[in-house]
Design a protein around this ligand. Structure first.
Ligand SMILES: NC(=O)C1=CN([C@@H]2O[C@H](COP(=O)(O)OP(=O)(O)OC[C@H]3O[C@@H](n4cnc5c(N)ncnc54)[C@H](O)[C@@H]3O)[C@@H](O)[C@H]2O)C=CC1
Ligand SMILES: CC(=O)C(=O)O
Ligand SMILES: [Mg+2]
Length: 371
């Protein structure tokens, strides 16, 4: 199969969808791999390493896209990338469509087959291609939050661990899944006072068991959210309803009850964000202030630690890439019901129910397409 790896073009996105190791494996299986010149540089993978792995380098971005049957990316296609897609091509990447109507309609119009990393499931539960980046983003969320609490960033001037004689900061994590657990773990490690809110009792039980009471676990309700807003120095938004737009858990009116200079880090921003006042930001300008509260809402947090993230992401994506390359999308999805959950758009039709619901579109069952 003809496989292409374009250079990512989202703001400060340095990850790449395939490492030289991955290219070598695909070439060994008889596939033709074309990597856009410079695609791996930001993650520390020079062009020469791809060439040594048997990949072909291509400087002309139009050719990278037009000649491919399978396109491997990291971030959702930007408008100029959507324009390059066509019917008969398969795109495998993060999509987060429920938060992006224009992108959804653009992909429908392209006629391409679009498979999202973030909606693929695993037999043991969970989202195996989201989890590695959620681990990264959860860990980074505390770094971002700690930095944003500094005065020069508009924060209250609070040090997360405090010092002897001065109490540590209070950190609340809303959503105790992969992002939430990793954020909570980092905040604990830095000496903050940590509370995790979740709607899932089994998840709260797991966290309580794992951390032996070192973090508070609280069932998420309107009351517990209001308390978190009043008490916290840093709130990290980490909820997910898979494939769907994030619920808005902190409204603009609630910001009035927050301490001046407190910080909201909305990791769930790629699914639209879980705070009413969140809007996507970039690594170039990661924060803004609303009603005295600093907001950090970067939608591609792991892009900033591209080396670690690329390795973690491709470790998880590679078996799926191999299946797509060896069998084609239809057979690969027919052979694996969990992989089939990744199909979001095919030849103009939405195939993922939560995305169709978000925009009032018809949904075609994936099972009918892969027969
Ligand atoms: N901004 C970025 O760069 C990145 C963003 N993400 C995003 O972070 C979000 C979280 O991802 P994961 O931790 O992997 O998901 P997950 O599925 O592991 O965890 C989500 C948790 O939210 C809980 N939850 C759902 N609705 C809730 C509610 N109303 N109140 C309280 N808890 C609720 C669930 O019970 C679950 O425990 C996703 O939107 C994901 O796409 C992930 C990686 C990078
Ligand atoms: C999951 C996601 O959106 C990211 O890694 O950028
Ligand atoms: Mg996005």
């Amino acid at each position: 199969m003809k496989i292409a790896v374009p250079k990512e073009i989202k703001n400060h996105e340095y990850r790449v969808a395939l490492t030289p190791t991955g290219a070598r494996e695909l070439v060994a299986r008889g596939h033709e791999v074309t990597v856009q010149a410079g695609a791996g540089e930001g993650a520390g993978f020079p062009d020469a390493d791809y060439e040594a792995a048997g990949a072909r380098l291509e400087g002309d971005v139009a050719k990278v896209w037009s000649e491919a049957e399978l396109i491997l990316k990291v971030k959702e296609p930007q408008p100029e990338e959507v324009a390059r897609l066509s019917k008969g091509q398969t795109l495998f990447t993060y999509l987060h469509l429920a938060a992006e109507e224009d992108l959804t309609r653009g992909l429908m119009e392209s006629g391409a087959t679009c498979i999202a990393y973030e909606t693929i499931t695993a037999p043991q539960g969970g989202l195996p291609l989201l989890a590695p980046m959620s681990t990264v983003a959860g860990r980074m969320a505390v770094q971002a939050g700690a930095h944003s609490l500094e005065k020069a960033q508009g924060g209250a001037g609070v040090l997360l661990p405090g010092v002897p004689g001065v109490a540590p900061a209070r950190v609340t994590v809303i959503g105790g899944g992969v992002v939430g657990e990793n954020a909570a773990r980092m905040a604990l490690g830095l000496g903050a006072e940590v509370t995790v809110l979740d709607k899932s009792i089994p998840r709260l039980e797991t966290l309580d068991d794992r951390y032996q009471g070192r973090m508070k676990t609280v069932f998420s309700t309107a009351d517990s959210l209001e308390e978190a807003v009043r008490e916290s120095d840093l709130i990290i938004g980490a909820v997910l309803v898979p494939g769907a737009a994030a619920p808005k858990l902190i409204t603009r009116a609630m910001l009035a009850d927050m301490k001046p200079g407190s910080v909201l880090v909305d990791v769930a921003i790629d699914q639209g964000g879980c705070f009413e006042t969140s809007k996507p930001t970039t690594h170039a300008e990661p924060t803004y202030v609303v009603d005295g509260v600093v907001h950090y809402c970067v939608a591609n947090m792991p892009g900033a630690v591209a080396r670690t993230s690329t390795q973690a992401l491709t470790n998880a994506t590679m078996p799926f890439v191999v299946a797509l390359a060896d069998k084609g999308w239809k057979q690969a999805l027919a052979d694996d019901a969990h992989f089939a959950e990744g199909l979001n758009v095919h030849e103009g039709q939405v195939t993922y129910p939560a995305v169709a619901d978000a925009f009032g579109l018809d949904c075609v069952e994936t099972a009918k397409l892969i027969g």
